[in-house]
Design a binder for this molecule. Structure first.
Ligand SMILES: [Ca+2]
Length: 197
């Protein structure tokens, strides 16, 4: 027969593992919290450091990390798929000097090549239909004879005022070039920083 003292010992023996497990869980949660705080602090420091590096590179006339330099410009394809307005804003968020890419005969093959080499078959560029016609994001008007429209484009098929470079050749088509599209569609996009005015 168990005495009261024996019962107390048995109960303590039964409760002790659960109490130790709770204590261990609490310690693990605290440790996880400290690790997460440390990770956030490191990410913030890394962001500040990257901004400093980019500022130094900008002062030296070089492209930020991750951007390709080509003929006095920095270009970068971003994989996130956004509307044309969202893409234009995202360019500025990535670098306050950046806009959607304006291209000319020299830079166009490079910009189109960024899309061709990516997983995307189309991407926004910085050409838009304004009151005065087709205007590049740097404010220059599209010059006649300096364009790369796909056959049949632009066709303004229902309020299409923004432009994508479309590489349907990747999917068995035989053309690649520009198409006017509705600005609310989402796609990857190419941003540009001009190192020289
Ligand atoms: Ca169209």
């Amino acid at each position: 027969m168990l005495t009261p003292i024996s019962l107390t010992v048995v109960c303590a023996a039964l409760l002790l593992p659960a109490a130790l497990a709770d204590l261990q869980t609490e310690r693990l949660l605290r440790g996880q919290e400290v690790l997460e705080q440390g990770q956030k602090a490191l990410q913030q420091q890394l962001k500040v450091l990257q901004q400093s590096v980019d500022a130094v590179r900008a002062a030296l006339g070089a492209c930020p990390a991750g951007w390709d330099e080509h003929d006095g410009n920095c270009f970068r394809l971003f994989d996130e798929e956004l509307t044309a307005d969202g893409a234009a804003e995202a360019c500025r968020v990535h670098d306050r000097r950046a806009r959607l890419a304006s291209t000319d005969n020299v830079s166009r093959p490079h910009v189109h090549g960024l899309v061709d080499a990516s997983q995307h078959h189309r991407a926004w560029i910085g050409l838009r239909l304004e009151e005065d016609g087709w205007i590049w994001s740097d404010g220059h008007a599209l010059e006649s004879g300096d364009s790369d429209w796909l056959s049949g484009q632009p066709d303004d098929n229902g309020g299409e005022r923004c432009v994508m470079y479309d590489n349907s050749a990747r999917y068995g088509g035989w053309t690649k070039g520009w198409a006017d599209e509705r600005c609310v569609l989402t796609a990857a996009f190419v941003c540009q920083i001009k190192l020289r005015c």
